[in-house]
Design a protein around this ligand. Structure first.
Ligand code: ZN
Length: 277
């Protein structure tokens, strides 16, 4: 198994900065980094975009995605316009550093909306966001959230939106925790065009039933109850070749030294992919 490995900065959300994550991820052999937008803004307070560009020019690690455009559907006009503005800014950053994807996350707690309304609204809003990226390399990756109150919360629902859009700039994030979170069928991955899977997020979950798990229940791959081996083998069987990014949101791991969290992340990812051969 030869997937390239990425590190998502949520894993060190409270114990590190972008500048530190870059150095430690490069040192411990990650191929890619998924950059948190909040950490990027913090970085640019005392660094320049040239600094970031120069770091990537002189390193093996490459940028993979910006995380995230949060809550893109069912927004009022002003907040949605602000999101488009942020997307144009990310496009500018992407032009400098060559980051291919930005993750888009659906809204939570939208009240009594029908499946049809959610579908139509999501298709329309993603199309509108993609229209900001016409002469850009940046693409949108829709991440369904496996919570009962998320407007797009299963693989099937997200895939229906992506299929309807049939847009070369819009694809999917498959996040193992979110697959588990609302009991999406792993076999459902077999119906997906691998070209439309832009990102794969790797994580595990404490033994808490689907519908009840939340981000803080994520644990190191191998320490939880998700059948990661089956997910990885299934996604590989349809022709997805990577990358795979570790993404955890766990306080205990934020209490470690940043480098320790990143070192452990790499060890866990290597171990996981060894058993998946
Ligand atoms: Zn994710």
């Amino acid at each position: 198994m030869n997937m390239k490995l990425g590190f998502n900065e949520a894993t060190t959300l409270e114990n590190s900065t972008l500048a530190q994550d870059l150095v430690y991820c490069e040192k411990h052999g990650f191929d890619y980094i998924e950059i948190r937008i909040d950490k990027l803004k913090e970085y640019l307070i005392d660094h320049t975009l040239d600094d970031l560009q120069s770091f990537f020019e002189h390193s093996n690690i490459k940028p993979l995605a910006f995380n995230a455009l949060e809550f893109f559907n069912f927004r009022n006009k002003t907040t949605f316009e602000n999101m488009k503005e942020e997307l144009r800014w990310l496009n500018h950053i992407s032009n400098a550093i060559g980051c291919p994807y930005v993750v888009a996350v659906p809204s939570l707690d939208i009240g009594d909306k029908s499946s049809r309304e959610i579908f139509e609204e999501s298709v329309q809003k993603l199309k509108e966001l993609a229209s900001c990226l016409e002469d850009s390399e940046l693409k949108l990756a829709l991440e369904f959230i496996g919570y009962p109150n998320a407007s797009i919360n299963t693989l099937e629902q997200a895939w229906n939106v992506i299929q309807a859009l049939n847009h070369n700039k819009i694809g999917l994030v498959v996040d193992c925790f979110h697959l588990y979170g609302m009991n999406s069928r792993i076999s459902g991955l077999k119906e997906i065009d691998p070209e439309k899977i832009f990102l794969l997020h790797i994580n595990d979950s404490e033994d808490i039933i689907p519908g009840m798990v939340r981000d803080h229940n994520r644990v190191w791959p191998g320490d939880g109850v998700i059948d990661l081996k089956l997910i990885i083998q299934t996604i590989e069987s349809i022709g997805y070749k990577g990358p795979a990014t570790i993404e955890l949101f766990r306080r205990e791991y934020w209490e470690l030294e940043a480098e320790e969290t990143i070192k452990q992340s790499m060890e866990r990812m290597r171990k996981l992919f060894q058993i998946c051969i």
